[in-house]
Design a protein around this ligand. Structure first.
Ligand code: 4NP
Length: 159
């Protein structure tokens, strides 16, 4: 089993969107028994809450529903996942600081680094304080990056 966790700040907008998009793509590819998908936040401000209503609405409209409740990423998660994908550089840095060793740190990557069309260091922009278009944009960005991620995982794992 390849284990993937998507990580943003609140775990209510971006990482649950990436989680939903990736689960959708993995399901379409029939690989749900080979790839497990999770999300978490580096912050604790929204722990236990359901996903942001604005993200959930976009997901429903696209037929890619968001699920679950917010949780905080903890140091033990470095053992539980193979790919730890940060939505932005701030979260990437927080994860690197939390990583207990080099092996753990090497699991952390920016999600958009898997999108061949994205420049180096590209982030998934935080939609929380913006308008409704931002949530659609997050979906599009996550979709492009998750397609690249799935292709890379399949290539590396040989399935
Ligand atoms: P997320 O969005 O990190 O994509 O879940 C945010 C959620 C909450 C806050 C910021 C971003 N906040 O500042 O409360």
């Amino acid at each position: 089993m390849v284990r993937i966790s998507f990580v943003c700040l609140g775990n209510i907008c971006r990482s649950p969107t990436a989680e939903a998009v990736m689960r959708h793509l993995v399901g379409q590819a029939g690989l749900q028994e080979r790839i497990s998908i999770d999300s978490a936040g580096t912050g604790r401000g929204h722990v236990g809450q359901t996903r942001d209503r604005r993200s959930s609405l976009v997901g429903e409209r696209r037929g890619i529903p968001l699920s679950g409740r917010a949780r905080q990423f903890v140091a033990e998660d470095f053992d539980r996942f193979d790919y730890i994908l940060a939505m932005d550089r701030q979260n990437e840095e927080t994860l690197s600081e939390l990583a207990p060793d080099e092996r753990a740190r090497n699991k952390v990557r920016l999600l958009r680094s898997f999108d061949p069309e994205s420049p180096a260091g590209a982030e998934v922009p935080d939609p929380y304080y913006g308008g409704p278009r931002g949530f659609d944009e997050v979906f599009d960005i996550c979709e492009a990056a998750c397609r690249g991620l799935l292709a890379e995982v399949r290539r590396r794992e040989g399935f």
